[in-house]
Design a binder for this molecule. Structure first.
Ligand code: DC
Length: 232
């Protein structure tokens, strides 16, 4: 049982927010700075979506998708060379593949199914090891780690988020179209915020940060500062 914000002997900082709010980048940098582990929960939903496609499981087959999620053969391999974490699905590297907008949209569809979320619950909790975990997602502070010591909810305008996603995709050498991205993000926001299972919402005790006019370094410094204040 959690005791004053320490879960299983480890601290947790949750970083939730919509697509393109900067969660992934900020969470990775914070995890590096603190020497903590990093949970990219969105990657798990992306992997379920990708596995569903390769096993020809329909997105309305809730049972099939939940079984797939429960038995997902995935490996996150940290790379000490600084090039980040490599992700393997059934032995095949899919680090870049799962970042496409198509995978993001499929992830958002499978993520709306409660049985899929239930199947991934323990897998996410298992990321928690001392000294701490930065947990990035949509329901980290509300469902997966409700006793986290610090909860952050990152936001940014739709236009800013689409433009960030556009640059990210281009940098990765993936196809991108700004107006299509705007539309897709709006659609994804709508689905993520209005689903009945663990909708995207700030936890009551989360600190909200609008990152629209902030640099990555400014956001990291702000969260770091919030953590320093409460952890002394
Ligand atoms: O953070 P991301 O873009 O990789 O997430 C992909 C989708 O997965 C997102 O549209 C909603 C879903 N998701 C979720 O429902 N719960 C999480 N904790 C993380 C992601």
């Amino acid at each position: 049982m959690a005791e004053s914000g320490i879960e299983d002997g480890a601290y947790v900082i949750t970083i939730d927010g919509p697509s393109g709010s900067g969660k992934g980048t900020i969470s990775r940098l914070l995890a590096n700075e603190l020497g903590w582990r990093f949970l990219d929960s969105g990657a798990l939903y992306r992997l379920v979506g990708l596995a569903a496609m390769s096993h020809a499981i329909a997105f309305d087959d809730e049972r099939g998708l939940a079984t797939l999620a429960a038995h997902l053969d995935v490996e996150f391999v940290s790379d000490d060379s600084g090039s980040g974490t490599k992700i393997f699905l059934e032995g095949e590297e899919v680090t870049t593949t799962i970042r496409s907008e198509a995978c993001g949209n499929n992830a958002s569809k499978v993520a709306a199914i409660q049985a899929v979320r239930d199947a991934l619950y323990e897998r996410q909790r298992a990321f928690l090891v001392a000294p701490g975990l930065i947990a990035d997602g949509r329901d980290m502070g509300t469902v997966i780690f409700p006793d986290a010591r610090l909860k952050i909810f990152l936001t940014a305008s739709l236009e800013e988020r689409a433009s960030r996603r556009y640059k990210q995709l281009k940098q990765k050498g993936l196809d991108a179209n700004l107006s299509a991205l705007l539309e897709e993000l709006a659609e994804r926001d709508e689905r993520d915020m209005n689903r009945s299972s663990a909708p995207l919402v700030a936890a009551d005790d989360a600190v909200s940060i609008d990152t629209s006019n902030m640099s990555i370094d400014e956001v990291v410094a702000k969260v770091s500062d919030l953590w320093q204040r409460i952890s002394v």
